[in-house]
Each structure stands twice: as structure tokens, then as C-alpha cells.
Write a protein that binds this ligand. Structure first.
Ligand SMILES: [Zn+2]
Length: 418
């Protein structure tokens, strides 16, 4: 019952009736979300609240549009009960993912199902101020496409590929998009939009999305790793995102996996990023061809080997090219070593692997999973569960919308005492 058991009101100060009511409301809403269609009586039994309390909360939730009645259930002797379920269609959330070269946006229902999606190019090299109009108009257009009244838009979640100060919504540093570090993204967007804006790191948001709506539903401690042109990671411990002192936890790309490895752009040596990222495997393929390696990659780019990217290598590997397969498999092995180190630190219930490397190449995925299982401490590694992201290529943008959606479902006690 992920998300429910922790809602018990044990830590609520006596006399704080408003908070108690709000916690009870949250318990009922989450039961309907997870177990609907469900009758009022069953919701009362599950929540251990008085039936009258549940009825009055349900009426409130129906009036607000979060819950709806959906016909009659089976009778257990008396009248057939009216069944309740989450009313997915009234409220929407907007998610936006700022990426190198583009901004992707989506509109989702209350259950994070994508209602509409779009993307537009971003001239990010010109800096955040000049990129802002494109981001704002993409968000406005996707919200307008939903044709919902403004008060039914729960807010806008925005994710960025670098560390973000979640208390201020400012970008802290910008390894992939020079010039964006220090930009107050949330404030700039809130000046332009009539909705609340929440900003977070892309991998953290994707991890959050997987927890609430994806592969990690029902898990309270897990790791999400995004393996793409670079790496990102989100660490969820006891139902909370672990952010670390500077909102920087989960930067697994800069974990050392080869103490004698080449220098990474962070200044260190042998980081996962420089050994195994999508950027690294393309670089390795180019240098191997220059040293005489035979591979389909050369044909795929019409002989212009400097044009080889991660896509080229993945495509050649999928076509059975032995050299491309060897590079992809080795990348998976390095990632597996990184995962094994994380498993020994966190002993997670689950690892969710996302990003293009993991989602497009079963060779990479299998290599990473098997290496992690083999190289983690045996007690922790032998039945380690590693699964692909359920949100897939939409993980970042749905994760962004999840930042907003989960404010509806998250326990007010957690927020109040966070
Ligand atoms: Zn590094």
C-alpha cells in the first residue's frame, strides 16, 4: 500500500484538526486512486476511519472533481454499493523537460496519462533568457490544447538536466548547457505563466514519476538510473527523494569506475560518464575506426566518421555488428559496476533503468543487470531486481508532470513536517 501506511496520524500534534482532516482526506483519496472502483464501506474498512467520516470526505472529493461514482458493485447481502474511482479527466498537469537542443512538453490527466505532447527546438546556446519565450509558448500551447478551465490546471512541473535548488527553483550548475547555471528558472517562468511552477532535476523527477506512476509503484526504496548521452540518477529512500546537501545526490555519472581512466569533463578521471555514456561510446567507436576497426558504423554515416553518435552505435549493434556490440556490452558492464557499488551502499528493493541506452538496447540492459548482480556483494546482488523504466522515453516529461500531480496525493503530514 505504498503511500498509505505512512499516512497514519501518529505524529500530528493534538488539536490540529485541520491537519488531521487533511490527512484523512489524503488517505481516502489514495485508497480510491489505488484500489478503485471501491465502495465507501470498503474504503472505510481499509482506512480504519469511521464510515461517516469517509462518506463526508468522499462527498467533498466528488464535489471538487477528484473522485467520481461509477455504477453499482456486487451486493454482500444488502443494497448494491455505489462504487468510486479516481476522476482522471477533470484536472490536468503540465510537464516540461528542458533538454540540449529542445524543450518537450506534455499534458497529463490526474493519473499521469499523457493527453497531449509536443516539442520544439531550443536555441539553448543563446542562454536561458533568450530561450525563455520558446519554453513559455510551448507550455502555454500544450495547456491550451487541453481546453480545461485554468483552475483545473494543477500546475507546471519543469525539469532540467543538471542540479537544481528545489527551494528556489534556480539552476545550480549546468554541465550540459553552459551559461544556464545560476538562472532562476522558476521565478522567470512564474512571471510569464498564471500557474504554480515546480522545478527539479530531470532524473530526480523521472525517479519520482516511476515511483508514483511507473515501474517502482508500491516500492519505497529504489534507485532510478538514466543511461543516455550522459547519466543521471534519482535515489528514493523510505518514500522520499534523497537529495543530499546541495540537491546533488544521484550524480552517478561521476562515480569513478576506472582509477586509471581518461579525464572526464568534470576534471576527474575514469568517471562512468567518460567510460560508458552514449557520448563516450560514440567517441570510442570513432577512435577505434581511426585505428582500423571494421564496423557498419562507417557505412551508416556514409563514411563521415565524425558524424557517428550514440544512435549510430546502437543501430549498428542492433544490426549485429560485432564491434558495435562489443562497445555497447562493455558500456553495460561499466554501468553494472556502478550499480553494484550503489547496491552495496543502499541495498535497494529495485533498480529502474531508463534512458536510451537501456531502453533501446537489450544487450546494454542485460549486460548492466548481470554485471550488477554478479559484482554486488553476493547477499545483496543475487536476487537483485533490475527493471526497465515503465515511463520509457517520456520519463523526464512525465516525471515533470508528476512533481505537480503528487502534490495532490502526497500526505499533508509529510509536507507539513518535511
Ligand atoms: Zn566526471
Amino acid at each position: 500500500m505504498g503511500g498509505i501506511s505512512r499516512l497514519r496520524a501518529g505524529t500530528v500534534p493534538k488539536g490540529n484538526q485541520k491537519l488531521v482532516k487533511s490527512i484523512n482526506r489524503n488517505i481516502v483519496l489514495n485508497i480510491v486512486r489505488q484500489y478503485g472502483p471501491i465502495s465507501r464501506a470498503d474504503a472505510a474498512r481499509m482506512s480504519q476511519l469511521y464510515p461517516a467520516t469517509v462518506s463526508s470526505i468522499v462527498n467533498e472529493l466528488i464535489a471538487e472533481g477528484f473522485v467520481r461514482e461509477v455504477g453499482l458493485g456486487d451486493s454482500t447481502g444488502g443494497r448494491q454499493p455505489v462504487m468510486l474511482e479516481l476522476n482522471r479527466g477533470v484536472y490536468v498537469a503540465c510537464g516540461a523537460s528542458i533538454e540540449v537542443g529542445r524543450v518537450r512538453v506534455c499534458l497529463t490527466d490526474l493519473d499521469a496519462r499523457v493527453l497531449a505532447r509536443a516539442e520544439r527546438p531550443l536555441s539553448w546556446q543563446e542562454g536561458p533568457r533568450k530561450s525563455l519565450p520558446a519554453i513559455v509558448s510551448a507550455i502555454r500551447e500544450i495547456i491550451e490544447s487541453g481546453r480545461v478551465p485554468p483552475e483545473k490546471v494543477l500546475g507546471v512541473g519543469v525539469v532540467y538536466p543538471g542540479p537544481v535548488d528545489t527551494s528556489t527553483g534556480a539552476i545550480q550548475a549546468s554541465p550540459h548547457m553552459p551559461g544556464w547555471g545560476g538562472f532562476s528558472l522558476r521565478a522567470a517562468l512564474e512571471d510569464e505563466l498564471d500557474h504554480e511552477v515546480l522545478v527539479d532535476n530531470d532524473a530526480n523527477a523521472a525517479a519520482w514519476g516511476e515511483k508514483w506512476f511507473g515501474a517502482a509503484k508500491g516500492h519505497s526504496s529504489f534507485l532510478y538510473i538514466m543511461a543516455d548521452y550522459g547519466f543521471g540518477g534519482g535515489i528514493v529512500i523510505d518514500d522520499r527523494l534523497y537529495r543530499g546537501r546541495n540537491d546533488g545526490a544521484g550524480e552517478i555519472g561521476h562515480m569513478t569506475v576506472d582509477i586509471d581512466g581518461p579525464q572526464c569533463k568534470c576534471g576527474n578521471f575514469g568517471c562512468l560518464d567518460v567510460m560508458a555514456s552514449g557520448t563516450a561510446i560514440a567517441r570510442k567507436m570513432i577512435s577505434d575506426i581511426k585505428r582500423g576497426a571494421e564496423t557498419l558504423c562507417r557505412d551508416l554515416v556514409g563514411g563521415d566518421i565524425e558524424a557517428i553518435t550514440m544512435d549510430t552505435v546502437l543501430e549498428a549493434a542492433a544490426m549485429g555488428d560485432p564491434h558495435a556490440r562489443a562497445i555497447v556490452e562493455e558500456s553495460g558492464r561499466y554501468v553494472g559496476i556502478g550499480l553494484a557499488n550503489l547496491v552495496n551502499c543502499f541495498n535497494p528493493e529495485l533498480i529502474v533503468l531508463g534512458g536510451q541506452l537501456a531502453l533501446r538496447s537489450s544487450l546494454f540492459f542485460t549486460s548492466a543487470r548481470e554485471t550488477a548482480r554478479r559484482r554486488a556483494w553476493p547477499v545483496l546482488g543475487k536476487d537483485l531486481d533490475v527493471v526497465p523504466s515503465a515511463l520509457g522515453h517520456d520519463a523526464c516529461v512525465i516525471g515533470a508532470a508528476s512533481l505537480v500531480l503528487t502534490k495532490v496525493f502526497e500526505s499533508p503530514s509529510v509536507r507539513a513536517y518535511a
